[in-house]
Design a protein around this ligand. Structure first.
Ligand code: BJ8
Length: 425
């Protein structure tokens, strides 16, 4: 790896702590990812991206910033990426998937806050996230209570948080409110960049973001094969990297991966043996480098075939209707596309139950593991309804955080669950 020390220093990272973080990340990646057998060749690109996640990609974003492009950081799939790209901005998901800076974060937020919120506060406070340092704007949303209140504090610390008001229901009034928020966000992006958005800008942005979604949908469909041509761990990685990588390059490389997977499916080549137990994961998002549950499941001989999650299906299952001929029409379509995401922050949220059931069918899942990050009230609560909705296959709830303390206990539970599934076959 090239020496990026000077760049990290200029960005203002805590160099010693950052070196420690990269060391831990590299070791975890080697033991979880590089030890897998029979991986698709095209995963080499994604291995490279991870090895350069705080290197080459940061260099690219740093360059873009020098060229006066605006860098916009996000924590939620409700933020319309099209409006960032329409002003030639760069949209990045911010670091939130590892247990770092917890002590620093707990000076501002309660100990019993979900690990994702604690991590985004911790990464910033410990000086470990180069993305957050490069942002011109951080976009928050009124989703769960924890995030909503944490953004107030995050703004005190960073002075660059903008919050979109997301309704909690999906009635006509709520749709109007949300459309108003999308329009306000367009104005915000224009003011930030000093550039007026044209219809052409929107058309181009829509096609780029849809390109990524289509590539991910293709990947998702290929996982329905038995044997699955790709591990859940690798598919999760691709679904995590989409939030960081250059969008056009990401689409090209994911499609290349899918070409290879199609060939594998034709030849009956899989990562696990045909007939291996197939698990669908549903619940809270798994931000990079949260690979804990997938690695336990796949280390126990099953294969994860899908994620009903924002790092997964919820991020890409709906395309934006590109058939618009005015800016107003485009904004309406954007608002409606995003309101079709079924996050547990909504009430009622029965559509999410339909999504889970339909994924069980289409991916031929034999069991559902409902994953909630500990203290994530929306998903912990909604597990009840999900369990009631899934009647055809066994269902198990897991609540955990980013620490490795419960690894042994989780492994025992997952293995017992796989045995239950096998017993039904
Ligand atoms: S659309 S899931 S990305 S809000 S894990 S911070 S919900 S307490 S991340 Fe999410 Fe948008 Fe919804 Fe998706 Fe709160 Fe839960 Fe923590 Fe969470």
């Amino acid at each position: 790896m090239k020496d990026y020390t000077k760049m990290w220093e200029n960005i203002g990272l805590n160099l010693d702590a950052h070196a420690g973080l990269l060391g831990v990340l590299t070791d975890a990646y080697k033991s979880i990812y590089l030890s897998q057998k029979n991986r698709p060749k095209a995963m080499e690109y994604f291995d490279f991206v991870i090895s350069e996640v705080h290197g080459q990609r940061i260099e690219e974003i740093y360059e873009a910033k020098k060229n006066k492009r605006k860098i916009v950081g996000t924590f939620c799939v409700y933020v319309p990426e099209e409006l960032v790209l329409a002003v030639d901005g760069v949209c990045v998901g911010l670091c939130a998937g590892a247990e770092v800076g917890s002590a620093e974060a707990e000076r501002f937020i309660p100990r019993n806050t979900c690990a994702l919120i604690k991590a985004f506060m911790g990464f910033k406070l410990a000086g470990l996230c180069p993305y957050v340092e490069l942002t011109d704007l951080i976009v928050g949303e009124t989703t769960c209570d924890g995030k909503k209140k944490a953004y107030e504090i995050f703004n005190e610390i960073t002075k660059k948080v903008y919050v979109m008001e997301l309704p909690n229901m999906k009635s006509e009034e709520d749709r109007k409110l949300w459309l108003g928020e999308v329009k306000k966000f367009k104005n915000k992006m224009e003011a930030l960049s000093g550039r007026k958005i044209t219809l052409d800008d929107l058309k181009k942005a829509a096609s780029i973001v849809n390109g990524k979604r289509k590539a991910l949908q293709r990947l998702s469909r290929l996982r329905a094969a038995d044997p699955s041509p790709i591990s859940g761990l690798d598919a999760l990685l691709v679904n995590q990297i989409v939030f960081y990588d250059d969008p056009l390059r990401f689409t090209e490389m994911t499609n290349k991966l899918c070409d290879e997977l199609e060939e594998r499916v034709r030849q009956g080549i899989g990562v696990a043996e045909k007939g291996s137990t197939r698990i669908l994961i549903s619940g809270s998002p798994m931000a990079i480098p949260n690979w804990k549950l997938h690695s336990i499941i796949e280390g126990s001989g099953a294969v994860v075939v899908g994620e009903e999650s924002c790092v997964g299906e919820r991020n890409h299952r709906n395309l934006l209707d590109e058939n618009f001929s005015s800016i107003d029409e485009a904004l309406e379509k954007i608002a409606s596309r995003y309101l079709g995401i079924n996050c547990a922050c909504f009430t009622p949220n029965d559509e999410r139950m339909d999504d889970i059931k339909s994924l069980v069918k289409s991916l031929h899942a034999q069991g559902v593991i409902h994953y909630s990050i500990q203290f994530c009230t929306p998903y912990m609560m909604e597990a009840y309804k999900a369990e009631k909705a899934v009647t055809d296959v066994p269902f198990m709830r897991i609540e955990t955080d980013y620490s490795m303390e419960d690894l042994g206990q989780l492994k025992n539970r997952v293995e017992a669950f796989i045995e239950v599934i096998k017993g039904r076959a």
